[in-house]
Every structure is written in structure tokens, then in C-alpha cells.
Design a protein around this ligand. Structure first.
Ligand code: P6P
Length: 320
């Protein structure tokens, strides 16, 4: 890989990494995500002015209210990714079935995305994000779209916060890039990110405490003794803080959501790939997240993700 003082932009970085990791074309996929992120950032920052806030009045495949920005984000990333010529199949939280690229435009990557995560926070100007899992084209359509996390070759998210930051994880690297809105370019700001050894925060919606199993209540009560609670209610924002500062994020199953709320394919798996590349762990509470064999595109999963010692401690309490 080119030396760090030669690599400054996301484009230069990905060109080098794609070559080093034998992932020809991966740079084009990440660049498509970057272009889409620039477009979404412009929409997010002026949402109120452009009247892009609020609901479309439609419900998605999960029966959830579709925010205007959800729809815009899904369309923007779909356009950028499909025009890249590198995508064999594309799945989105906002679309019931995955889109398969036919004919000559077939690429050799499969992308699963949550185009706008945390949309309930859009109207109150709290950070939101976009999440992407990237697999190689494996063979038949069904095999392509339902690959386990342990087959991921890359993952990325963008957080639209006080600055717009893309985190990109590949087989050997996790790095972050900050958008310069002046020239719409993402510049390398953190190279080879690693989780801090000591976690600082635990992140969970304690408002659901009474819905959890007794073991989960005990596990979270223990966290209170040593960690501070931070919960934005926007997965990418909570995850990004813990990636940089150390900590653990939990979205457990509960008596109303027995499988949890978060989606395996385009939320849990991509973030699990990133956290493992940064030296952490991710579990369903029973098994390593990325070993889960998917049954369906939109299936949900409980998630415990962050510093390995914290994740392992919680899992041991859950299974004692
Ligand atoms: P709750 C946002 O709607 C989201 O999907 C994630 O971004 C976030 O972590 C979670 O839901 C918050 O859910 O039930 O705590 O409001």
C-alpha cells in the first residue's frame, strides 16, 4: 500500500487498497457511496429549507413510516451504485426485494444498505447515517443476496453530524475520511483506526429495562458501575462515538421485539465487520454476529457490539 504521506483523498486511498487487497473495482463501489453521501449531506443540511422533513405518508416493508429523506436517500444511493457498473445485486431497507443488475452492467459486488438510518431524528437535527455491507458476487441470486457477514469484503458508513465522516473497512484496514464541503471531497483523517482498549460508554435504551430478560437487566446494571451512559437513538451516531472512544452498544430483544429491532443484513453485519477490523466484537447474545446464516433480506437481530471484554462480559451473563 502506498505510504501514508502519498494518500490524502478517499479516491487515492481506495485505489491503493483495492489493488493491495486484490479487490479490483471495490474503489468504484466506495466512490459511488461517497458521491451519494455528498448528495445526501446537501439534502440533510437544508432539509427544513427544502421542505424534505417529515413523513411521506407511506409505510415501508416493515410497516414503518417512511420519512421523506428515507426515500430520497434510497433513490440517491441506488442511482450512484447502479451506475458504477460494479453492482450485481443491491438490497435496501426501503425496498422489499433486492435489485439484480442484468446483462452487461453486471458487476461483481453485492451491496446491502440502510440508506438513511435514524430517520426519526431528522426533524430534530440530530446526527443520522447511511450504512453499507459489501460482498463479492457468489453465484446464484439467492446465494448472492443472503450471504453471512463472515463473507463480507468491505463495509462502510457515513455519519451526517457536526461534520460528515465516512468510515471504510476492508480486509486489512479501517480508516475514516472527512468531507470538505468546499470541494465535495472526502479526505483521510484517521488511518487504521483501532478501538481504544478501555471502553468509556455503554449505549442502550434503558427506557425498555422492564421489557428485557432478567439476565439482560443484570448485565446492564453491571455496566452502570463502570461506564457512562450515552444514547443518541441514532445507530450510526452511537456506534461512531464508541468506535472512537471505546464502549459497548446494545439493542437487545425484548418482550415486544423478540428478535430485536435492528436488521442483520444492512445494519448489524456491516457494523460488525467494521468493529472486528478495529479489534472489537459483535454478538447476537448467543453467537458471533457475522456467523448468523441469514433467512431473509430484512430479518432483525439483537445486537451487542463494541470492546471485546465488554461484549464477552455481557454474553456470559446472558448465558449463565
Ligand atoms: P429506539 C433509528 O430508528 C434506529 O433504527 C437506530 O438508528 C437506533 O439505534 C434505534 O432505531 C433506536 O431505537 O427503540 O431506542 O428508539
Amino acid at each position: 500500500m502506498a505510504t501514508s504521506d502519498e494518500i490524502k483523498s478517499l479516491g487515492q486511498y481506495m485505489l491503493s487498497v483495492s489493488k493491495d487487497e486484490g479487490m479490483e473495482g471495490l474503489d468504484a463501489v466506495i466512490e459511488a457511496i461517497a458521491r451519494g453521501s455528498v448528495r445526501v449531506q446537501k439534502t440533510v443540511e437544508s432539509a427544513a429549507l427544502g421542505r424534505w422533513l417529515g413523513s411521506t405518508g407511506k409505510t415501508n416493508v416493515h410497516g414503518e413510516d417512511v420519512q421523506t429523506l428515507d426515500e430520497i436517500g434510497s433513490r440517491v444511493f441506488e442511482e450512484e451504485l447502479l451506475v458504477s457498473g460494479r453492482i450485481r445485486a443491491l438490497g435496501s431497507e426501503e425496498v422489499e426485494t433486492a435489485i439484480e443488475q442484468a446483462g452487461s452492467s453486471r458487476g461483481n459486488f453485492v451491496v446491502m444498505m440502510d440508506p438513511i438510518d435514524g430517520s426519526s431524528n431528522i426533524d430534530v437535527a440530530i446526527s443520522i447515517g447511511s450504512i453499507f455491507g459489501i460482498w463479492r458476487h457468489s453465484g446464484k441470486y439467492d446465494e448472492d443476496v443472503l450471504q453471512p457477514g463472515n463473507q463480507l469484503v468491505a463495509a462502510s458508513y457515513t455519519i451526517y453530524g457536526s461534520s460528515t465522516v465516512m468510515v471504510v473497512a476492508t480486509k486489512n484496514h479501517v480508516s475514516s475520511f472527512t468531507l470538505d464541503p468546499g470541494n465535495d471531497t472526502f479526505w483521510l483523517t484517521n488511518r487504521d483506526l483501532k478501538l481504544p482498549t478501555d471502553g468509556a460508554y455503554y449505549s442502550v435504551n434503558e427506557g425498555y429495562f422492564n421489557r428485557w430478560s432478567r439476565n439482560m437487566q443484570d448485565a446492564v446494571t453491571t455496566l452502570r458501575d463502570s461506564l457512562s451512559l450515552r444514547y443518541v437513538g441514532s445507530l450510526v451516531a452511537d456506534f461512531h462515538r464508541n468506535l472512537l472512544k471505546g464502549g459497548v452498544f446494545l439493542y437487545p430483544s425484548d418482550d415486544r421485539s423478540p428478535s430485536g429491532k435492528l436488521r442483520l443484513m444492512y445494519e448489524a453485519n456491516p457494523l460488525s465487520f467494521i468493529i472486528e477490523q478495529a479489534g472489537g466484537s459483535s454478538s447476537t447474545g448467543k453467537t458471533r454476529m457475522m456467523d448468523v446464516i441469514p433467512d431473509s433480506l430484512h430479518q432483525r437481530t439483537p445486537m451487542i457490539i463494541g470492546n471485546s471484554d465488554l461484549v464477552d462480559g455481557i454474553v456470559s451473563v446472558l448465558n449463565c
